[in-house]
Each structure stands twice: as structure tokens, then as C-alpha cells.
Design a protein around this ligand. Sequence first.
Ligand code: GDP
Ligand code: MN
Length: 396
Amino acid sequence: MNIHEYQAKELLKRYGVRIQEGFVADTPSKAVEVARQLNAQTGTNWFVVKAQIHAGGRGKGGGVKLAKNYDEVREISEKILGMQLVTPQTGPEGKKVHKVLIAQDVYYPGESQPKEYYMSILLDRATARNVIIASTEGGMDIEEVAEKHPEKIIKEYIDTRVGLRDFQARKIAFALGLEGNAHKEMVAFIKSLYKAYLESDASLFEVNPVLKTSDNKILAVDCKVNLDDNSLFRHPDLAEMRDILEEDPLEVEAGENDLNYVKLDGNVGCMVNGAGLAMATMDIIKLSGGEPANFLDVGGGANAKTVEAGFRIILKDPNVKAILINIFGGIVRCDRVANGVVEAYKKIGNINVPIIVRLQGTNAQEGAKIIDESGLKVYSAITLQEAAQKVQQVLA
Ligand code: GDP
Ligand code: MN
């Protein structure tokens, strides 16, 4: 699960990390109101209006803008709220902005220039360790830094049996060229970030940029967090941070019905029990000249209810020209699945796309008979090859 920048910063703050302070708003007048509140709290007269979407690169897409007074806060918020923000990470269709973060401008000039760094912690599966990645090239795309200046990427692997050691945090701060108070604050920052990462069961904490202000303080200007979905049951406070407006509505509906659904761009919808079989089915669809419209795993107990929910979700995708149902009847009997398909088909009504049902396993023949005798635009197949051929025929 992803969370918004403002939520990630709240989380960091709980761990004692200094952040670019701010408040979230969903209307322009609320934006002005929270800007005044921020002025009262921090004394700042300049603000940054930041689009809150689950994607990075917002700055490049025009989703991060400086406002030098309350009128500008209003004007910029009016522009950003409701816009379809396109960034290098959203894809060409962009993402709709529902909230903005009004934050204090922290790039104020002083004796020295503020400087941006990069810092992230993630799980490195190859070494089965957590790794801290840091760079003096903050504010930039880290992939680009890794490609053009690999020598500017600092990596520190953490042995999970002993955890992050103080010397490792100091080593990173030295490698970033920091001294004095900034060095001390960076060490504390790294330790807090690591604690936040561990205790939230995250797979990623990325702060880009980490800022060294002109008065040598270290603070988080941006933060991206990926949480492990499987751990959310023990973090009710984090689970509450979920924003379904950021998710694909069909995937949300599938989740509510305990279906594993991922929308794709093709024309053949598929409904399968078991993730492995679903992958194989997507392969057959390709082999037959089609493109899968989705991945859909109905799980172990395919029955009339799950089949109906699956149907409804697949049919909401206008690109779907045919549906392939591929169920292996092990525990669940094929005749029951066939009845489920027929029932769901009749219940939904006006289904205009042909459906090929491949049932294999317990009572496969009985299942095929039910399909064939239903009088509906539903065709049975016993083998994978037969199913592929039938898909090819209906697409032609
Ligand atoms: P991202 O583009 O989605 O990664 O969003 P960020 O929160 O990282 O903001 C993008 C860029 O906006 C940063 O790299 C900074 O250069 C700039 N920025 C963010 N906060 C401030 C601020 O307080 N003042 C100024 N002048 N620039 C800022
Ligand atoms: Mn950023």
C-alpha cells in the first residue's frame, strides 16, 4: 500500500524527524486557511503548494509550486486541485489531484546555500538485507544518478540480526561530506528513518530531497513510503491511511469481493482459479492472438457468487471482446462451477461477449454438458488448446 507525502511526513515526525511542516487542504479557501495557520505556527511567509497523488515526479509535472502570499496560495491551489497531473510516473493519462499540501518554504537564503541530498531505505531481496541508499545528488531522479554517476551512490547494507549500527550512520553522513551540526543531525535523521522503516513494516522509505538548510539543519522535504499489505493487520493506524481515490475502482471492487484482480490493456477477459493457472491462461490468450484484459484469480472456492462478482468486474471494462474462464476443479466440482457460470450469466443479463469455459478436473464432463446445453453464448472446452482455438474463433 502506498500513502501520501503528507501522511509519510506525519509518520516521520512521530519518529522525531524534522520535516518541512505543512497542512493538507481539499479546497482553495481551506488552503488559504491552513497557510495562515502555518504562518502562525512557523512564521513562514512563503509557502509551497504540493499536489498529493500516489506518484513521484510531481515537481516536473507542475504539481509543486511556490507561493509568496495568500493570494498566490489560493490561485495555485485553484489550478492544482482537480487537475489531471501528468508526471514521469503517472503514465500519459495522469492522476486527478484531490488534495494539496500547503507547506512552509524551507529554501530560505542564509549565510550558506541550502543543499539537497537523497536518502532511501529498502529491502534488498538478493542479499536478504535492508539497504540504505544515499547520494549528494538530491532532488534528482535517483535512477538517472545511478546511470550517469554510479560513483555518487552510497549503499550501506544492514545486517538485520544486529540492526543499524551507529558507525554505519556516521559513515553515510561522512560520505555525504557533512560536518558539524549538519553531520550530527544527519546521523540522527538516518537512525530515525531506519526505525520508522522497520516499525511500520515498510518495503520502502524514500526521502528526496533531504535538505540541509542554510542554518545547517537537516529536514525531510518529501517522503515516499511503500507499506507491506500483509502487515497492515497489525498497523490499524497505517491501514487507515489508505486512500481508495488513488486506486483503480475495479481493483477496489475486486478486493471487496476477495478477488485478486489486476486490470490490463487487452481484449480478452479471464477468470481463473489459482495465480499460476491465471498466468498460464494469459499465455494461452496471447498464443491465440488475443491480449489479456486482466488478471483475475477467484481463489480456491469458485462458486456462483464469486463467478458473478468476477463477471461484473470484467464486463465493466469496455475493451473486453471475449471472456475465457479457466477453472481447475479440484476441491470445487466442475458441475458446480458450470452452474455458477450459467446462473451468473442469466442474473447479469445482456452479456454481449462470447464466453469460453474450460473446466478440467472433478466432474469436467458434467460441467461441459451444463455449459453446452445452457442455450447461452457460452462455449465449453476441455483442453487448453481447445480453449485457445475457441478464443481465436470468437475474436476472428
Ligand atoms: P516530487 O517532484 O514529486 O519528488 O516532489 P518534491 O516534494 O520532491 O518537490 C519537488 C521539488 O520542489 C524539490 O526537489 C525541490 O527542489 C522543490 N521544493 C520542494 N519544497 C520546496 C520549498 O520549500 N522551497 C523551494 N524553493 N523549493 C521546494
Ligand atoms: Mn521528491
